[in-house]
Design a protein around this ligand. Structure first.
Ligand code: HEM
Length: 502
């Protein structure tokens, strides 16, 4: 190993170590094997050093495995590396990059991203609407789980349903009962898209493959059609019933083009629409944003929750400690809400430790150098792709003590106060940081606190504990597992007292 050849580095700086590469295939032979990408990229780092290059087919790609280099790419020179490569599957998915995640770094993208960010803020910090939406979904999930009556259940489907409902309510104000055909359809097409994107790999490396019959692309197109029919219907309904004033949901907020700027707020739909159109935000952008809330917001959040439960099954003492903290701070007479969060540092540390040890996005969405820049003192040409391996950073023994161990206390100081190491970046960082971070954090907090206040989770009898290695699709997810849900006695007593009182 260690052969250095075939890399296109500018001659003035030392060449980056590069994996062997062949015409057409590039370095794909070195990436073969059973290991998921994040583990393979980290392992290659042991041979080639923490910063090395490879060819994904024809694409020269730099792999970043360390915090120091990730900080340069995401933060210090964040704007220089804020581009995104065009990929076949994502171009189809986003009507040529009219979304946020896969659009290149352009002036229009900045306006669009700010608009979406402000719309989220409007529902989050501006009002308690977001919290109410999530609490309603927590309530429904608890009823769902209660119905299992001590039988083993797979928590995947009810969690997925709950998080999908949050996004449906947030985006277009629909809330569904389990089994509703529209909800089922949303979950099916979303799952179809996620599966096909995960398998789309080769088409994205060799775009010409799309000219051959390709089952994955056909399935993707079908799912996208179902998605677009539904979202179009919702959009048309919103256009008809849209009024000046507080938006009902994200679609309203996007249609009104509210930028959080008091002067332009509520100044009439028509006027706003044309102002945004002048800037180039069109109906496709609105639709693609709505679609992305599902694509980026459902699988990530529900999978993180599945990891939380999987680790709690392995660490019952951690579950017990979270419950004691909840009992002390919240008690059993009311549901936890965001104002409790400041007083629940241990619960927060558990969520953080889960996102450290199993980041659902172990390799960030590829970045691209928009100009000639540098990483670690090596010159990097414009157009170079960069893969940031967050898994490697979250497991780096130089930054974390026994990184393979699940230890929530690492996010607390000796007095039990929160600490957040800067190399903890489950949502990325810099100009391309996740736009849904505050929504995701709100959901994780309300779901985990609500569930553990009311229930204890234990391994289903006679079934082995969940596998903790997981499988990498579009996100890193645990293999399916089942558990037993037991209502907590204290919560039962609280509920009975309330019933007596009523
Ligand atoms: C991007 C993580 C939930 C919307 C990202 C990125 C990560 C991430 C790692 C890529 C950053 C990069 O490429 O440098 C997560 C995690 C979540 C979560 C761990 C939940 C636990 C959400 C939610 C939404 C969302 C709920 C929206 C409803 C987005 C969007 C981008 C993104 C639009 C693209 C940002 C850009 O390219 O500018 N997320 N995310 N995410 N996320 Fe999330």
């Amino acid at each position: 190993g260690g052969t250095v050849w075939g890399c296109h580095h500018p001659p003035s700086t030392p060449p980056l170590p590069c994996l062997p590469s062949l015409p057409v295939l590039g370095s794909l032979l070195s990436l073969r094997g059973d290991q998921p990408l994040h583990l393979r990229l980290r392992e290659l780092g042991h041979r080639y050093g923490p910063l090395y290059a490879l060819y994904l087919g024809p694409h020269y790609t730099v792999v970043v495995n360390s915090y120091q280099h990730a900080r340069e790419v995401l933060l210090q020179r964040g704007k220089e590396f804020a581009g995104r490569p065009k990929m076949v599957t994502t171009e189809l998915l986003t009507r040529g990059g009219k979304d946020i995640a896969f659009s290149d770094y352009t002036p229009l993208w900045k306006i669009h991203r700010r608009l979406v960010h402000n719309s989220f803020t409007l529902f989050g910090e501006g009002s308690s609407r977001l919290q109410d939406i999530v609490l309603e979904a927590v309530e429904a999930l608890c009823c769902d789980l209660q119905a299992s009556r001590g039988q083993a259940v797979d928590p995947g489907p009810p969690l997925m349903r709950a998080v999908t409902n949050v996004v449906c309510t947030l985006v277009f104000s629909s809330t569904y009962q389990p089994g509703d055909p529209e909800l089922t359809s949303v979950m099916e097409y979303n799952d179809g898209i996620v599966q096909t994107i995960a398998n789309g790999g080769l088409v994205d490396i060799y775009p010409w493959l799309r000219f051959f019959p390709n089952q994955t692309l056909t399935r993707l197109r079908d799912c996208i059609n179902i998605r677009d029919t539904l979202l179009n219907k919702k959009l048309e309904e919103h256009k008809v019933s849209l009024s000046v004033g507080e938006p009902r949901d994200l679609l309203d907020a996007l249609l009104q083009g509210q930028t959080g700027d008091k002067q332009t707020r509520g100044s009439g739909v028509r006027g706003q629409g044309s102002r945004l159109e002048e800037e180039g935000i069109c109906e496709d952008h609105v639709l693609m944003t709505a679609a992305e809330a599902f694509g980026a917001g459902v699988e990530t959040t529900s999978t993180t929750l599945l990891w939380v439960l999987a680790f709690l099954l392995h660490h019952p003492q951690v579950q017990g400690r979270v419950q004691r903290e909840l009992d002390e701070v919240v008690g059993c007479g009311r549901s936890p809400n965001v104002s409790d969060r400041a007083h629940l540092p241990y619960l927060d540390s558990v969520i953080n430790e889960v996102m450290r040890i199993r980041p659902v996005s172990p390799v960030l969405i590829p970045h691209i150098a928009l100009t000639t820049s540098s990483i670690g003192g090596h010159s990097v040409r414009k157009g170079t792709r960069v893969l940031v391996n967050m898994w490697a950073i979250h497991h780096d023994p130089d930054h974390w003590d026994t990184p393979q161990d699940f230890r929530p206390e690492r996010f607390l100081d000796n007095e039990g106060r929160r600490i957040t190491p800067s190399c903890f970046m489950p949502f990325g960082a810099g100009p391309r940081v996740c736009v849904g971070e505050s929504l995701a954090r709100l959901e994780l907090f309300l779901f985990v606190s609500g569930l553990l206040q009311r229930f204890s989770f234990s391994p289903a009898p006679g079934v082995s504990l969940p596998d903790l290695q997981g499988r990498l699709g579009v996100v890193l997810q645990p293999l399916r597992y089942s558990l037993t849900v037991t209502p907590r006695p204290s919560w039962g007593v609280g509920a009975i007292r309330l019933a007596w009182f009523l």
